[in-house]
Design a protein around this ligand. Structure first.
Ligand code: ADE
Length: 226
């Protein structure tokens, strides 16, 4: 999968992709991330990318022309499956959307700043608008990093234990069960006996029961209505 991230602050996106699983995914050739500097597509000598909003009000708006130039340039190089704008008024990111995005070849992510991007870019280019939650970040970069992380770990070959993403929280609308590792007793707290039993059927049943209980207690909204 190739992901082009259009941003005014490419440095913000260096750290999140240089470690651990995302780094390995790139080293294995499973994921290509390109940070595209929007300012390189400005048309005046000051390299202006933002302007005052028509109608007044606080904050600046990212101008249509540099964004259109940037997107035209990318679209002239290859076909993209989705052009995603990260924005608090977008569709809420969830695991099933990550699963669907992970099936694509090429994605563009647009990071907004200030008051957002000119509405005409949303109309003319953007195919999907995504929010990572009901709060406002100071820019789309951290949201893009979250999205890339969630999607990249689902690509075949990225996780060492191929099956492990299947057992994540949310994969079947249930929260994950509790997990334990050595020692068997820590500060008086014992690992549940069933996990030491070697009886895989009993372990699977216990895990499902724990997942259901946790979901009922913490996120009843995930459960189907009775
Ligand atoms: N940009 C600013 N806030 C955001 C959010 N919550 N999700 C996605 N992009 C954003």
């Amino acid at each position: 999968m190739r992901i082009d991230i259009v941003t005014l602050f490419p440095e913000l996106l260096e750290g999140p992709f240089s470690h651990s699983i995302l780094r390995r995914a790139q080293e294995r050739g499973l994921l290509e991330i390109h940070r595209v500097q929007l300012r390189d597509f400005a048309t005046d000598r000051h390299r202006t990318v933002d302007d005052y909003p028509y109608g007044g009000g606080p904050g600046m708006v990212l101008m249509a022309e540099p964004l259109a130039n940037c997107l035209d340039h990318l679209l002239s190089q290859r076909k993209y499956d989705e052009i995603v704008y990260l924005t608090p008024d977008g569709e809420r990111l969830c695991q099933s959307l990550c699963n669907r995005l992970s099936l694509h070849q090429n994605l563009i992510l647009i990071c907004g700043h200030y008051k957002g991007i000119d509405e005409r870019i949303r109309k003319l280019y953007v195919t999907r608008e995504i929010s990572i939650g009901d709060y406002v970040l100071s820019g789309g970069e951290l949201a893009a990093a979250v999205l890339v992380d969630c999607v990249a770990r689902l690509l075949p070959g990225v996780l060492n234990d191929e099956a492990s993403a299947l057992f994540d929280s949310f994969q079947d609308n249930l929260l994950a069960p509790p997990v334990y590792t050595r020692p068997e007793v820590f500060r008086g707290l014992r690992v549940p006996e069933v996990l030491l039993s070697g009886n895989q059927k009993a372990i699977d049943e216990w895990r499902l029961e724990q997942s259901q209980q946790r979901t009922r207690q913490r996120r009843p909204d995930l459960l189907p209505p009775d």
